[in-house]
Design a protein around this ligand. Structure first.
Ligand code: ATP
Length: 327
């Protein structure tokens, strides 16, 4: 397709979804510090956008120069932009550098990130931006790497990056990076209650280990839940709501006590299921329909148990190039 274009491509925009974990079963800590997981990822319609443009910007234009010829800008609602690094720690920048190294080419790119995924919210926003940068730079530079090749580069950057590329619904094993797509028989309607501030994923895993040790809990080898898989295949929101499970939830609730109230408020207002999303602090609620999700979001906001509540549906595709005429 690239060869058919008459004008050179100077900028590519990619839309990448957030994820919620429908099942997050955490095994004992491994020698490398990670945990073996069964992680049922579900991509939902909250999207970050990553635009990669030819050539780094100059400092006078605003962006901070990060690494050699790479610059980045980040915009997000609220005041969370300050939580996103603008240096070589930004996962989108790491992704562009990793892709250039793999392709053996110099990097000269500006990355503009528009965030709708809450920062440090347990919805893998940083991983989404890394996936967006991989797809955008692959296209911008005409590298032609396959999805599988991008997933390999992404897996080395972070356990959640391959799923942000794949999207839809998938079960992740290992650190969560070995993915198997899961068939889903319908659309599910969600409400996400966004919290003030974020939670560090590493701290939440640490607290999970500490709680397990303190209570002497015997940690089973994680396995995919058959009831949850059947509910997904049937598109049955009621059964899915009851099967949602997150082993990190007790640790997230311990580190962020107000979430206990957020979860109960959602259940009281009729959510079919309620859980902390990943390492939190975002809480996810499953609703029967889009209309019920909208009502639940309004009720959660009125109850004052979250910073804001947004609705979304899933599953949705992974990182996707936005056609030029849609921008
Ligand atoms: P994790 O994917 O580790 O579970 P999370 O989903 O809770 O994290 P993220 O939004 O990915 O939350 O942010 C985690 C941390 O990653 C942030 O505190 C931030 O310092 C760092 N980070 C690096 N790059 C980005 C990025 N492009 N967007 C958001 N955060 C980023």
């Amino acid at each position: 397709m690239r060869g058919l274009r008459s004008d050179p491509v100077t900028s590519v925009t990619v839309r990448v979804p957030a994820k919620v974990n429908l099942q997050l079963s955490v095994g004992p800590p491994r020698d490398d510090g990670y945990h073996d997981l069964v992680n049922v990822f579900h991509a939902v319609s909250l999207f970050d956008e990553v635009t990669a443009s030819d050539g780094a910007r100059t400092a006078g234009e605003g962006p901070v120069a990060v690494s050699g010829e790479t610059t980045v800008t980040v915009s997000c609602e609220g005041d969370s932009a300050g939580l996103v690094p603008l240096d070589g720690e930004n996962l989108a920048v790491k992704a562009a550098l990793a892709l250039a190294a793999r392709a053996g080419r110099p990097v000269s790119v500006h990355l503009a990130i528009r965030k709708a995924i809450p920062v440090a919210g347990g919805m893998a926003g940083g991983s989404a931006d890394a996936a967006g940068a991989l797809v955008a730079c692959n296209e911008l530079w005409g590298l032609g790497l396959t999805g599988q090749e991008l997933m390999e580069i992404g897996g080395a950057l972070g356990s959640d990056v391959p799923f942000a590329l794949l999207g839809d619904t998938a079960v992740g094993t290992g650190r969560g990076e070995k993915l198997q797509p899961v068939p889903v028989g319908g659309e599910f309607h969600w409400v996400f209650a966004l919290a003030e501030g974020g939670l560090s994923t590493a701290k939440v895993y640490g607290e999970c280990d500490r709680l397990r040790e303190a209570t002497g809990e015997r940690v089973a080898w994680p396995q995919a839940d058959d009831v949850l898989m059947a509910a997904l295949a049937a598109g049955d929101a009621k059964v899915l709501g009851e099967a949602l499970v997150n082993d990190l939830q007790p640790a997230a609730l311990m580190l962020c006590r107000p979430l206990v109230r957020t979860l109960s408020a959602g259940r009281e207002h009729g959510a079919l299921g309620a859980l902390v999303s990943g390492s939190g602090p975002t809480c996810a609620f499953l609703a029967e329909s889009a209309a019920e999700a909208a009502e639940l979001a309004t009720a959660l906001q009125a109850a004052g148990v979250c910073r804001s509540a947004v609705t979304a549906y899933g599953p949705v595709p992974g990182a996707t190039i936005v056609p030029t005429d849609h921008r």
